[in-house]
Design a protein around this ligand. Structure first.
Ligand code: SF4
Ligand code: SF4
Ligand SMILES: [Zn+2]
Length: 280
């Protein structure tokens, strides 16, 4: 298996992966969304809330703020030596005290540990008028997106098959498909159409070029054919800032690997061997 990055920074990336089958591609997508732990606020103690929002809505909005997460500094509450009571190893503490008039932003959530601050400062929470107040204490814990969407580290995570475009001899370079393509993937060169160098991955597999070619009166078969490579996929992953995107990818892959090892061991237990026998 090979991964080739076209773009990679802390919050987003685009890469191709292959050869893998569709089951693996989808498991990988689901692992990144639902199995990579992050911190999110789970418990909110409200000392004062005279804003226009009910306590529950205020707590819900605060829970959705992405929190920068150092996974080497925290353990899940259920695995902590405090037996789930809450301690610095399994929870991050925040306080907020704001008085109106003005907007309350995510940056008003002050972390006890400066490394574990809101990932984005400018998320509006509630607007206060004169003399309205919000005073709270909040605790963030580690969990995963399969428990609640607030623990998902990704805001977008999807894939498509790698496009494959072939141009037949019948192409006369009329340019109808070029005009129809919404992604500017095609161009006419020397009386024939071709893929613009470097733009193949922008193809959305919509098939409009094939339809345009048929509409040009070429006959029963279009000169352009759009298919996809069955074992190569293009992924786009965007993080919410809680974890670097590279870490989301690495942990997603590690989750699949660990699950595979566990499955192999279970098969081994059931069959009375190590599991390797069944693989061979
Ligand atoms: S399938 Fe759609 S995006 Fe791809 S080349 Fe044809 S028209 Fe353009
Ligand atoms: S519409 Fe068909 S014939 Fe015309 S340029 Fe495109 S592929 Fe060639
Ligand atoms: Zn603890």
């Amino acid at each position: 298996m090979e991964i080739i990055f076209n773009r990679l920074d802390d919050v987003s990336c685009r890469f191709q992966i292959g050869p893998v089958n569709s089951a693996f591609a989808n498991s990988f997508r689901r692992a990144m969304i639902g199995e990579v732990p992050t911190l999110a606020i789970e418990d909110v103690r409200i000392y004062d809330n005279t804003s226009a929002l009910f306590d529950e809505i205020l707590a819900h909005r605060i829970g959705l703020i992405p929190i920068r997460t150092d996974l080497s500094s925290y353990v899940a509450r259920e695995n902590c030596s405090c037996n789930g009571e809450g301690c610095p190893a399994c929870r991050a503490t925040f306080t907020m005290s704001v008085e109106g008039p003005g907007m309350v932003y995510s940056r008003d959530l002050i972390p006890e540990d400066p490394q574990t601050a809101p990932a984005i400062d400018t998320i509006p929470i509630v607007k206060l008028t004169k003399d309205q107040k919000v005073v709270i204490e909040a605790h963030a814990i580690l969990s995963t997106g399969k428990v609640h969407a607030k623990w998902q580290p990704t805001t977008a995570c999807g894939y498509k098959n790698y496009p494959l475009i072939t141009i037949g001899e019948a192409c006369d370079g009329c340019g109808q498909c070029v005009e129809e393509c919404p992604r500017e993937v095609l161009e006419v060169d020397s009386a024939r159409v071709r893929v613009v160098p470097g733009r193949i991955e922008d193809c959305s597999l919509c098939g409009l070029c094939e339809k345009a070619c048929l509409g040009s009166g070429i006959g029963e078969e279009p000169a352009i054919r759009v298919t996809s490579e069955k074992k190569r996929y293009i992924f786009v992953v965007e993080g919410d800032g809680s974890l670097p995107v590279k870490e989301i990818i690495e942990r997603g892959l590690r989750f699949i690997k660990d699950q595979s090892v566990e499955l192999k061991d279970k098969i081994g237990e059931i069959s009375g061997g190590t599991g390797d026998e069944k693989q061979e």
